[in-house]
Design a binder for this molecule. Structure first.
Ligand code: G4P
Length: 534
């Protein structure tokens, strides 16, 4: 029996999808995300020396106009995808913006990945930004692998950290390895499934790789003495309380395999790579709005999860980051833009490595491609080839900060309008309007106030229309409908506005106490929470 070309390409796509692992790191600033990213890439030998990925501080490596832009603004506002080839697998690490503040971008990135690495600082445990991001993973029932970092420094007891994870976020930790020696006097790691011991020997020079020496248990017991004894007892305890890896609850986001290690001396990073390859799921069928699953080997489909403008100073372009859901992508393909039915040419597709661009010719499910000249696209849009598919929109997140924006110079109203429209399309902020307020003074809504700094900066430097912003005394937004809107609008401490990009009506309320009073005194008015993570 002979196989047709289309059958051959179907098998190729299924095989390539099966090789992909697409994930993001969720962490609080300073937990070591940049260091871990470098260590993963270094370990996988994707790059020749640590420090060539992120260019943080003096570890500047893969340089770019993005980085310069970030530095000009003093904040990290871009996200990139890093491809790491490792033992016949392709790992796509989709970067989350690294600033202490939140933007919707951070959440959106999580819609483009199949798994998250929750990175904790061994001395600090769960921190606020990690908790917020974890909530998004939980809402998506996304599998989470936990990496407890900085084990080479003084930190907390491993059992205490596990307890915190279980008690605070209800995620059942199942350690895959276990540290010998307390944090700060770290000797090595026991692999719980094989019982082998990896001894760590420090090397001078920080970011260079620590020497990992694998020893059988008997030798390790002799060398490490008392510390080995204590670790063995703790491992026994883990067995007794049933803290063993369980595939189904991991996939459902209910339990999390835990690894201890130290990214800076690159210790335990190999185990993390192996765990990602072995446990993180490969891309699977994604369901469209009409409930039709699009298998990975169906014709091409992908969804825009991030827009970025003007990354290249020489070309005033707009770039769309697309996560491939199904099929094979070949540069030059003409796809269909589901929202408009119009063709979209992909002559200028790019892969994004660190912050550097390179032209990409083919991509498969799980990969991230960047399309330039993407003026027509918005976050959440679907592109496809073959039979139509449209994926559900990426949920937007409940804004908690609101300002009124006005052009400083009324003569620049055109630039003002254009800039606000562009930032709205990119999802830098949500733009709300109402007849009462008028088009000249739209309300900008954000998850974190840093988003307003980005808007002010870009309005002045990119769109040549500096703006004034004045804060509004609201901190809660709920969805409402046309029937309830007039009654809500008439109440004190509440205001109804229309979200410009999708026409959704939102009611803004001073605070959650005022919201409760309204709910009690005016039952029946429609005020639905805006879901984080959806
Ligand atoms: P982030 O991207 O999550 O914000 O964190 P980053 O990697 O920049 O790491 C924050 C600090 O923690 C850095 O030190 C980094 O060297 C350190 N670090 C990361 N992983 C480990 C680890 O496993 N062990 C130890 N001991 N330190 C670790 P810094 O002094 O703030 O910056 P730098 O001057 O080293 O760049």
């Amino acid at each position: 029996m002979t196989t047709t070309a289309s059958e051959r390409s179907t098998t190729e796509v299924a095989r390539e999808a099966g090789r992909r692992r697409t994930f993001a790191v969720i962490s609080h600033p300073d937990a070591g995300k940049s260091t871990l990213t470098e260590a993963l890439a270094l370990h996988a030998a994707a790059i020749s020396s640590a420090g060539a990925v992120h260019g943080k501080g003096d570890r500047r490596g893969v340089t770019s106009d993005w980085m310069e832009m970030e530095q000009d603004r003093g904040i990290s506002i871009t996200s990139a995808a890093l491809r790491i080839d490792y033992s016949d697998r392709v790992l796509n690490l989709v970067d989350t913006p690294g600033h202490a503040d939140f933007s919707e971008d951070t959440y959106r990135v999580l819609s483009a990945v199949d798994c998250a690495i929750m990175l904790l600082d061994s001395a600090k445990g769960l921190e606020p930004q990690t908790l917020k991001l974890f909530d998004v993973c939980r809402a998506r029932r996304m599998p989470v692998i936990t990496f407890v970092n900085k084990w080479d420094r003084p930190g907390r007891e491993p059992l205490e950290l596990l307890d915190e994870i279980e008690q605070r976020i209800g995620l059942r930790p199942t350690p895959l390895n276990w540290p010998v020696g307390i944090a700060g006097d770290f000797r090595g790691l026991i692999d719980r499934s094989s019982g082998t011991y990896t001894k760590m020997t420090r090397t001078p020079g920080g970011a260079s790789k620590a020497v990992e020496q694998v020893l059988p248990a008997e030798d390790a017991a002799r060398i490490e003495g008392q510390e080995w004894g204590q670790a063995s007892e703790e491992i026994e305890l883990l067995g007794e309380i049933g803290a063993d890896f369980d595939h189904d609850s991991f996939m459902a986001g209910e339990s999390s395999p835990v690894l201890f290690g130290a990214a800076l001396p690159n210790f335990g990073v190999g185990q993390l790579l192996e765990t990602i390859v072995g446990l993180a799921p490969a891309p699977t069928a994604k369901t469209g709005t009409r409930d039709e699953p699009r298998p990975v080997d169906a014709p091409f489909s992908g969804q825009v999860f991030k827009m970025q403008a003007n990354m290249d100073k020489n070309h005033r372009d707009r770039m769309a980051f697309v996560r491939v859901s199904s099929g094979r992508f070949d540069r030059g393909m003409v796809l269909t833009h589901a929202a408009t039915g119009r063709p979209f040419a992909t002559k200028y597709s790019q892969a994004v490595f660190g912050s550097e661009r390179s032209t990409i010719d083919t991509a498969f499910p799980g990969d991230v491609i960047a399309l330039v000249n993407a003026q027509a696209l918005s976050v959440g849009d679907t592109l496809y080839d073959g039979p139509k598919v449209e994926f559900p929109p990426i949920p937007s997140f409940a804004p908690e900060h609101f300002v009124v924006a006005r052009a400083v110079d009324a003569g620049k109203y055109k630039q003002f309008q254009r800039g606000i429209a562009q930032l709205d399309a990119e999802g830098v902020v949500q733009v709300l309007t109402s007849d009462v307020r008028g088009e000249q003074a739209p309300v900008l809504a954000a998850v974190g106030p840093l988003q307003f700094d980005v808007v002010r900066h870009r309005m002045e430097h990119e769109f040549r229309s500096p703006i004034d912003t004045s804060p509004l005394d609201y901190s809660v937004a709920r969805r409402t409908d046309t029937e309830s809107a007039p009654a809500l609008h008439a109440l004190s401490g509440a205001e109804v506005l229309r979200r410009r990009n999708d026409g959704e009506l939102l009611v803004l309320v001073h605070n959650k106490w005022r919201l409760r009073v309204i709910e009690r005194e005016h039952p029946g008015l429609f005020m639905e929470p805006l879901l984080a993570g959806g």
